[in-house]
Design a protein around this ligand. Structure first.
Ligand code: UT7
Length: 324
């Protein structure tokens, strides 16, 4: 059975950077109080990239995809599978993956979206891995892309300071050499209400709530316990110890969640990739963006064992172990 090997990665962030101070000043004009100190202490976030109005998820996804294809040294014609993980698609349909396929000028093969919110990228990566292992695809593009700024209630300081926009992508190729060595995904739909954007387009109107709502403390607790359990399980599946992991690339939601998790697992801080300070929480894009940053700055190298982890609405969570 072939392995799915990562042969390239790419990322794209919209150019507009909004610092905590800028956001606090903007919210203050609407009598909403927040501060750089509160945001940094509670989350580790210092800034986020925000897409201009009219910039869509497929636009960000296409840029990240182009960077990943260039890094992999292949053309879009070679792709036989495109999966986009997103909860902020351009349209109800067609899927964002189909829009990206058209933008790249790629023809043939399958293209579809996966929706598992902030776990979306690990869900999509695991899906592509299964296609490659089963011989149903040879060269896959897996993207996490979001314009979360479009579903934020900018009068809710408990959520609007936490998120940002962006896209990250990897190219996978069928290989005899190890690539993805283990994966495990989970969901608990009974926790659907703790993180949701419970709106819908129906009968010509938006029904329900078009904005993201979150019980931050419930998400926080569940994120730490579920990711710790998932990390141990995925290592057990691969037959390796946690101490054999070279790099942990956790979902970038909150530095406190990341620190709690790595300490619970006994993974030293210098093995944990952190971008939440610069990117904020970009949902499905956070893991591939952080992965790409660490590959490009030379930390993640060929031969390294990398654990990627996602957690978010659904409630969903999961881990993927990759041999580079
Ligand atoms: O991808 C998964 C997505 N989500 C997450 O990972 C989020 C997980 N949760 C968290 O990161 C944290 O729960 C938050 C950062 C969201 C909140 O931190 P917290 O330490 O749980 O704060 P809290 O909700 O208990 O709020 C503490 C206080 C409250 O004021 P009072 O009631 O003590 O007077 C809030 O109203 O902080 C207030 N507060 C703020 N103050 C200034 C909430 N948001 C803000 C804000 N600026 N932006």
């Amino acid at each position: 059975m072939p392995y799915a090997k990562i042969i390239g990665s790419g990322g794209y962030l919209p150019p507009r950077v909004v610092s905590n101070d800028q956001l606090a000043a903007d919210l203050a004009t609407r009598q909403i109080e927040t501060s750089d100190t509160w945001i940094v202490e509670r989350t580790g976030i210092r800034q986020r990239h925000i897409a201009d109005e009219g910039t869509t998820t497929s636009m960000l996804a296409t840029k990240a995809a182009q960077a990943a294809l260039e890094d992999a040294g292949i053309t879009a014609d070679e792709l036989d599978l495109i999966i986009v993980a997103t909860s902020t698609p351009d349209f109800v349909f067609p899927s964002t993956a189909c829009l990206v396929q058209a933008n790249l000028g790629s023809k043939g093969g399958a293209a579809f979206d996966v929706q598992a919110v902030c776990s979306g990228f690990v869900y999509a990566l695991t899906t592509a891995d299964a296609f490659i292992q089963a011989g149903r695809a040879k060269t896959a593009l897996v993207i996490g892309a979001e314009v979360f700024s479009g579903i934020l209630d900018w009068s809710d300081r408990g959520t609007c300071v936490l998120f940002g926009d962006g896209a990250g992508a990897v190219v996978l190729k069928a290989s005899d050499e190890p690539g993805i060595i283990a994966a495990q995904l989970n969901a608990d739909g009974s926790q659907m209400k703790i993180l949701a954007a419970a709106g819908n387009v129906s009968h010509g109107k938006v029904t329900g709530d078009p904005f993201l709502r979150m019980d931050g403390q419930a998400v926080f607790k569940l994120a730490v316990t579920s990711l710790a359990k998932s990390a141990k399980e995925v290592c057990e599946q691969a037959g390796i110890g946690l101490d054999e992991i070279d790099w942990m690339v956790p979902h970038q939601a909150n530095i406190r969640i990341i620190n709690f998790l790595s300490r619970k697992l006994g993974v030293p801080d210098d093995k944990v990739i952190v971008t939440v300070d610069r990117h904020a929480n970009t949902s499905a894009a956070s893991v591939p963006l952080a992965f790409d940053v660490a590959r490009r700055d030379g930390r993640i190298k060929s031969g390294d064992t990398v654990m990627m982890q996602g957690v978010g609405g659904g409630f969903t969570w999961g881990s993927v172990l990759v041999k580079m």
